[in-house]
Design a protein around this ligand. Structure first.
Ligand SMILES: Nc1nc2c(c(=O)[nH]1)N[C@H]1C(S)=C(S)[C@@H](COP(=O)(O)OP(=O)(O)OC[C@H]3O[C@@H](n4cnc5c(=O)[nH]c(N)nc54)[C@H](O)[C@@H]3O)O[C@H]1N2
Ligand SMILES: Nc1nc2c(c(=O)[nH]1)N[C@H]1C(S)=C(S)[C@@H](COP(=O)(O)OP(=O)(O)OC[C@H]3O[C@@H](n4cnc5c(=O)[nH]c(N)nc54)[C@H](O)[C@@H]3O)O[C@H]1N2
Ligand SMILES: [Mo]
Length: 829
């Protein structure tokens, strides 16, 4: 059957129910530009989505050298043909008329058009000057979770062994550093234990601070399809908002913001009290159970209820659901990761799985999620605060191995201290020890906390800022040199999703003007800087994506993220493949830890662990004595009160996050008309009770303020928990006429005007979800309504009179479910 569906009005499209242990049916979603029919498409070019961590595989439709649409790939294990709203419409941004097409350089205070020779020349001369005068520690690189594997690896090599700086991190620090840290704390090493296939088998799916319906809509379609099939799973949702996930859950816990650890300790308490524990698994594969049992001994449901403001009855009910199933799948994301006890909380979810033996079997899985499409690669390639291949900077053997791969002396690779995390890099730039900051594929002038501070850091004269982007973003406007990048669809490379699936994305069209792939820019810089290995040969010896991939394979060999069994040829025309992929596992590896814990041995592990409350490193001696055999580590943590609790002046808890229609700072989704129209402006969500108490209504213009700053938006009254406010962080200031430019003093609309410079002690991930805020009325709405969508967690209460969010004729998507009519794509044609 074919159906034509408005996928703005129905973000998840039609259902294809299936039973537990069954195979998820295919459904191929196609969206082509108006007036283009399938027969008009000249070529379909293989790719995958770059707008979330799901890795939805798609083919890009090309005609007359332009992208004219996309179609899901039925052959792929991740999505079996389905696409989410952003996947379907956001490709239009590639052809936006305001793409950067030439390098820009700052002249007399203004950015002016230039050429590559001049722009690269300035970067190289500044780099050389700083290396001579101040040394490698004066240069920092802040990259992304949205470039390709080949690009991160090249950047990691040139920064760590070329420049020799320790200051290289990704915006993954804001995103998945807690996922990585929690995996290291429990399993000794990064690497996603579970697989999306676990959704097909699970009896209970528990989602912790994860609005999967909006942020990985295709896996939500999979859960919806199971909910409508035989033997549906039960869902447990922990989220203060009434998300679609919450609405479909058997148990929804809406805790006070920032209290996850208390709630989780109560779930662990109940699990242990009822002996819903797999003692054989604990004995064989873990250390630390006694300490956990002792720590949660008094964490009763009643105790947690008082902290979390959730009925004790619901906590025991949730504990029973997750404690009595034999196939538990848990997913964790920003509601856990972006708070003051991020790692401590995420680790308690690992503990739940460890003490119940819920790992390495179909349906018994753990997904410490990624958010960005290529965050996994930032981490594994060492373009974040880690060494490439999940190597341990404190382990001399690991550093020596890496030095061998790069043919440099071990001392060339900085390992005197942990790699610098992004929040610290901005601090160094603020203090003046970092004098050059090269920002690629991220927009910190909107996405970092406390924007007035970030603007002032980036605008300093003494800091030389390079920004490599597609558009003249808020950040690019503050740069000294702006480099125009080619992006998805305009360059070839690979990337890895949240369940370790590696996809190839082929170049479909030429980039606009003089824009160049990030890889070419990094290669050009390495060549101009003339970085050499210890024998005088070029340090970076590869010349394009495929040779970069081959170089990375050598670096990954023998490590958990082993890519040696993969080639471009194998990825082309086929489904994505899950690493590790080796000679022994040529088809990839669906689940880690099927036979116990493999990477926590002191000789192999990625770090030696940290104190969850202070972040202090344990060191090798302590690690060896606590975990000599390399088992999984059960680490307990007590609940700590919020760093910034509500007060008389700032009575609300402000949390920030996402909507299904937009991606981050909207550089792409604001340029796709269907997506932009669905959520064109910022808004503020408030609970019914708080709105009534303050005589506020849908559509009122309000100001939200914290000690850092303020923003204005129209109010949406929802089923959010009382005492909380929610603001989407997508809206920067670039297209607000009265907006918040670097010199403006009027309140803007960016959520991060208000957020705090503070981070989780172990993962160093900033606290975007927990601030105390005041709310004031600016003007009554007078019948206007808030620009928030009605189809999502921001759905208004009954009787609001707000018109339903719709896309109209341009938003129609063809959904093909007839097996005989499903396009059988191969590679790019
Ligand atoms: N549509 C869309 N999808 C995306 C993205 C996007 O920008 N737009 N970005 C991608 C990226 S990079 C990421 S990291 C992911 C993020 O994906 P998610 O983590 O799912 O998204 P968020 O909206 O940031 O936060 C999730 C939920 O955390 C809840 N929350 C807030 N405070 C707390 C708390 O104290 N405890 C608990 N338990 N929950 C809390 C919020 O109510 C919210 O519903 O999405 C990815 N997918
Ligand atoms: N208040 C609040 N703040 C948050 C969050 C939150 O929940 N609340 N979430 C945090 C999280 S999880 C994340 S991941 C960050 C995201 O924050 P950012 O990374 O700053 O957001 P993006 O808009 O994705 O920025 C990516 C930039 O890269 C550019 N770009 C896209 N493709 C390419 C390419 O191929 N090459 C190059 N060179 N550039 C490219 C885009 O145009 C865009 O400017 O925000 C964080 N900030
Ligand atoms: Mo993220």
């Amino acid at each position: 059957m074919d159906a034509s569906v408005d996928r703005i009005a129905q973000p998840w499209g039609g259902r294809t129910p299936y039973a537990r242990h069954g195979q998820w049916p295919t459904r191929v979603d196609t969206h082509l530009a108006e007036g283009v029919a399938a027969d008009d498409v000249e070529r379909w070019v293989q790719s995958a989505s770059i707008l979330h961590s799901d890795g939805d595989a798609m083919d890009i439709a090309v005609r007359d050298g332009r992208i004219v649409g996309v179609r899901g790939r039925a052959i792929d294990r991740v999505n079996r043909g389905r696409l989410g709203p952003k996947d379907l419409y956001a490709w239009q941004a590639n052809a936006s008329p305001d793409r950067l097409t030439r390098p820009l350089v700052r002249e007399g205070g203004r950015l002016v058009e230039s050429d590559w020779e001049t722009a690269m020349g300035r970067i190289v001369s500044r780099s050389r000057g700083l290396l001579d005068e101040r040394g490698p520690g004066s240069i920092g690189f802040y990259t992304s979770g949205q470039l390709f594997l080949e690009e991160y690896y090249t950047l990691a090599v040139l920064a760590r062994a070329g420049i020799g700086t320790n200051h290289l991190d990704g915006n993954t620090r804001l995103c998945t550093s807690t996922a990585a840290e929690a995996l290291k704390e429990s399993f000794g090493c990064d690497g996603q234990p579970g697989t999306y296939d676990d959704i097909d088998h699970a009896d209970v799916i528990a989602l912790f601070g994860h609005n999967l319906a909006e942020t990985q809509p295709v896996q939500w379609m999979r859960i919806l399809d199971r909910l409508e099939g035989a033997d549906p799973p039960r869902l447990v949702c922990v989220d203060p908002r009434p998300t679609r996930v919450a609405r479909r859950s058997t148990v929804h816990l809406a805790p006070r913001i920032g209290t996850n650890v208390a709630l989780l300790n109560a779930l662990l308490h109940e699990t242990i009290r009822h002996d819903r524990v797999d003692h054989a698994y604990i004995e064989a594969h873990t250390v630390g159970f006694e300490e956990l049992a002792d720590r949660v001994k008094d964490c009763t449901a009643e105790w947690a209820s008082a902290i979390c403001d959730v009925p004790a009855r619901l906590i025991t009910e949730a504990a029973e659901v997750v404690g009595t199933t034999d196939r538990l799948l848990s997913t964790v994301l920003q509601g856990v990761y972006q708070s003051h006890q991020a790692t401590a909380a995420a680790v308690q979810i690992n503990n739940l799985h460890l003490i119940r033996g819920m790992l390495g079997r179909p349906g018994a899985g753990l997904l410490q999620m990624n958010g960005q499409p290529t965050a996994q690669n930032t981490r594994e390639c060492g373009a974040n605060g880690d060494l490439p291949g999940f190597r341990n900077w404190e382990n001399d053997q690991h550093v020596a191995e890496l030095a061998k791969v790069w043919n440099v002396e071990p001392t060339t690779i900085p390992h005197y201290a942990p790699p610098t995390h992004a929040m610290q890099m901005f601090r160094y730039a603020e203090q003046g020890s970092i004098r050059m900051l090269w920002i690629s594929g991220t927009n910190p002038a909107v996405s970092l906390p406390e924007l007035s501070r970030i603007r002032s850091i980036l605008s300093q004269d003494r800091l030389f800022t390079v920004v490599q982007d597609l558009f003249l973003t808020e950040t690019a406007q503050l740069a000294d040199v702006v480099l125009p990048a080619a992006t998805w669809g305009e360059k070839t490379g690979t990337f890895t999703n949240a369940d370790r699936t590696v996809h190839l994305s082929d170049k479909a069209v030429e980039p606009p003007g003089e824009a160049r792939p990030d890889l070419d820019i990094f290669l050009d810089y390495a060549a101009r800087m003339d970085f050499r290995d210890k024998d005088g040969a070029p340090l970076v010896s590869w010349t394009g994506p495929e040779s970069a991939f081959e170089a990375w394979k050598r670096c990954s060999a023998g490590r958990p993220c082993d890519y040696t069994g993969l080639t471009y040829g194998r990825l082309r025309g086929a489904s994505g493949i899950q690493w590790p992929c080796t000679e022994d596992a040529p088809d990839g590896t669906p689940r880690l830890y099927t036979e116990g814990i493999s990477w926590a041995h002191p000789d192999d592990c990625e770090n030696y662990g940290k104190d969850l409350l202070t972040g202090a490193s344990s060191g090798v001696v302590e690690y060896r004595s606590l975990n000599p055999d390399g088992k999984a580590m059960i680490k307990a943590a007590g609940f700590m009160p919020l760093h910034e609790a509500p007060s008389q002046d700032h009575p609300f808890q402000l949390t920030t996050g996402r909507t299904v229609y937009h991606f981050h700072t909207r550089t792409k989704t604001a340029r796709a008309p269907q997506l932009n129209a669905a959520a064109p402006e910022v808004w503020v969500e408030i609970s019914e009770a708080d709105a009534a108490a303050r005589e506020l209504e849908e559509g009122d213009l309000v100001e939200v303020s914290t000690p850092r700053g303020a923003l204005r938006g129209r109010l949406r009254v929802t089923g959010l928990r009382q005492g909380a406010l929610f603001v989407p962080f997508h809206y920067g200031y670039w297209d607000t006429p009265a907006g918040y430019g670097p010199d403006a003093t009027t309140p803007g609309r960016a959520a991060n005007e208000t957020t705090v410079t503070d981070w989780d002690p172990a993962s160093k991930q900033p606290l975007f979800k927990t601030a105390a805020a005041a709310l004031t009325l600016v003007a009554k709405g007078g019948g206007q309504h808030s620009p928030a969508p009605t189809t999502t967690a921001s759905e208004p209460g009954p009787g609001s009179g707000v018109p339903a969010t719709e896309g109209g004729p341009d938003a129609r998507v063809l959904q093909t479910t007839d097996e005989n009519r499903v396009p059988q794509e191969g590679g790019s044609r």
